[in-house]
Design a protein around this ligand. Structure first.
Ligand code: PMP
Length: 401
C-alpha cells in the first residue's frame, strides 16, 4: 500500500488543460486557440531573430560563466526593465526610488510582490477585475492576501463596466491593493480609455488605494512599447507609489525562459532600498535566485540600440498580425451573415478575443470542429492564421445559428 494512496486526483488547469485535450485529439485539422502563445502564419512557434542574435553573442562570449546571480537577479536587466516600463526619463528612476528585482516571468513577479505585501503592507486585501486571468486568484491567495473582485466587464456591451468599476473601487476599504492589467486585459481584451484611466487614477489616489500593475503584454497589444505602458506611467508621474509585474514571455517570445521583473515605486530612495532588502527575504527561501540565461538575452537586447530597434520591429510585426487576424475573423463572420454583432472582435485589443460564446457553444465547436479554447469563450488570436480563419468562422456560425 502506497503512503500516497489517499492522494486524490486534482483537476487539470483550466487554461493549460485545453492543450492537454488538444494533444489527445487525432484529427489533423485540429486547432488550439486555448493557450496564449504566439504562432506564425504557418502555425509555428516563433523565436525572434533578435533573440537568436543575442543568444549567439552570449554563446560566443568566453567571459560568460554560469555562476549564481544575486538574489534579486541581473543588475543590468533590472535597470533596463524599469526603464522599459516606466520610460527612460521617468523621475522615479532618476530619483532612485524604484526597486526592481528579477523574477520568474510575470507569474513569479506577481507572487513575490503579493508575498511582500502580505508581510509588510497594512491592508491585506487585493481586488482583481471580474473576470481576470484565472491564476491571479490562486497566486495572490497563496501569497497570503485576501482576494476580492471589482466589476470590470459588461457581457451585454462586451465592453468595460466603467460605472461598476468606479463604484466597486469607491467601496473598497482605504489602502486596499488593486490589481490592474496594464494593457490588453486578459481574458476580455477590453481596456479603459486614457480618459477612463485618468478617472481611475484620481479615484484610487484619493482613496489611497495601492495600484499593482500586471504588465504581461507591453508592446504586444498595440505594437508600441510606449502606448502599452501609458497606464502605468500615468500612475508613476503623479509621484505616488505602485507595484508593477513585467513579463517578457509574449513581447520577446521568451515563454519558457521564465524572465520577468517586479518593480516597486516608492516615495524615497531610502524606502526603496529597505523594500528591496525585504524582497530578498521573500525570494531567498522561495527559489534562492533567478535563472541567468533569459535575463541575459533581455539585457543584451535592451542595452544595444541596434538590437533594441530590431526587437521593436519584430514586436510590431507580431502585434500587427494579431490585429489583422481580428479583421479577417470579423470579415469572415460578416460574409457568412452570422447572427449577432461581432464588432467587439475588432474593438478588443491584445492576444485574446472574448467571443461571448458560452460553455455549451465552446463544447460544440470542440466536438464538431476540433477547435480548442477555454470554456469562457476566450480565443487566442495569436493562434489563428489566414488559413484557419474560415474554419473558425464556420464553427462560430454553426454554434450560434
Ligand atoms: N498576467 C497575465 C494577465 C497573463 O495573461 C499572463 C500570461 N498568460 C501572465 C500574467 C504571466 O505569464 P508568465 O508567467 O508566463 O509571464
Amino acid at each position: 500500500e502506497s503512503v500516497f494512496a489517499g492522494v486524490v486526483r486534482a483537476p487539470e488547469d483550466p487554461i493549460l488543460g485545453v492543450t492537454v485535450a488538444y494533444n489527445k485529439d487525432p484529427n489533423p485539422n485540429k486547432l488550439n486557440l486555448g493557450v496564449g502563445a504566439y504562432r506564425t502564419e504557418e502555425g509555428k512557434p516563433l523565436v525572434l531573430n533578435v533573440v537568436r542574435r543575442a543568444e549567439q553573442m552570449l554563446v560566443n562570449d568566453p567571459s560568460r560563466v554560469k555562476e549564481y546571480l544575486p538574489i534579486i537577479g541581473l543588475a543590468d536587466f533590472n535597470k533596463l526593465s524599469a526603464k522599459l516600463i516606466f520610460g527612460a526619463d521617468s523621475p522615479a528612476i532618476k530619483e532612485n526610488r524604484v526597486t526592481t528585482v528579477q523574477c520568474l516571468s510575470g507569474t513569479g513577479s506577481l507572487r513575490v510582490g503579493g508575498e511582500f505585501l502580505a508581510r509588510h503592507y497594512h491592508e491585506r486585501t487585493i481586488y482583481v477585475p471580474s473576470p481576470t486571468w484565472g491564476n491571479h486568484l490562486k497566486v495572490f491567495a497563496i501569497a497570503g492576501l485576501s482576494v476580492k473582485t471589482y466589476r470590470y466587464y459588461n457581457p451585454e456591451t462586451r465592453g468595460l463596466d466603467f460605472q461598476g468599476l468606479l463604484e466597486d473601487l469607491s467601496a473598497a476599504p482605504s489602502g486596499a491593493i488593486i490589481l490592474l492589467h496594464a494593457c490588453a486585459h486578459n481574458p476580455t481584451g477590453v481596456d479603459p480609455t486614457v480618459e477612463q484611466w485618468e478617472q481611475i487614477r484620481q479615484l484610487m489616489r484619493s482613496k489611497a488605494l495601492l495600484p499593482f500593475f500586471d504588465s504581461a503584454y507591453q508592446g504586444f497589444a498595440s505594437g508600441s512599447l510606449d502606448t502599452d505602458a501609458q497606464s502605468v506611467r500615468m500612475f508613476v508621474s503623479d509621484g505616488g507609489e505602485c507595484l508593477a509585474a513585467q513579463s517578457y514571455a509574449k513581447n520577446m517570445g521568451l515563454y519558457g525562459e521564465r524572465v520577468g521583473a517586479l518593480s516597486i515605486v516608492c516615495k524615497t530612495s531610502d524606502i526603496a532600498s529597505r523594500v528591496e532588502s525585504q524582497l530578498k527575504l521573500v525570494i531567498r527561501p522561495m527559489y534562492s535566485n533567478p535563472p541567468i540565461h533569459g535575463a541575459s538575452i533581455v539585457a543584451a537586447i535592451l542595452k544595444d540600440s541596434q538590437l533594441y530597434n530590431e526587437w521593436t520591429q519584430e514586436l510590431k510585426a507580431m502585434a500587427d498580425r494579431i490585429i489583422s487576424m481580428r479583421q479577417q475573423l470579423f470579415d469572415a463572420l460578416q460574409a457568412r451573415g452570422t447572427p449577432g454583432d461581432w464588432s467587439h472582435i475588432i474593438k478588443q485589443i491584445g492576444m485574446f478575443t472574448f467571443t461571448g460564446l458560452n460553455a455549451k457553444q465552446v463544447a460544440f465547436m470542440t466536438q464538431e470542429y476540433h477547435i480548442y479554447m477555454t470554456s469562457d469563450g476566450r480565443i487566442s488570436m495569436a493562434g489563428l492564421s489566414s488559413q484557419t480563419v474560415p474554419l473558425l468562422a464556420d464553427a462560430i456560425h454553426a454554434a450560434v445559428s
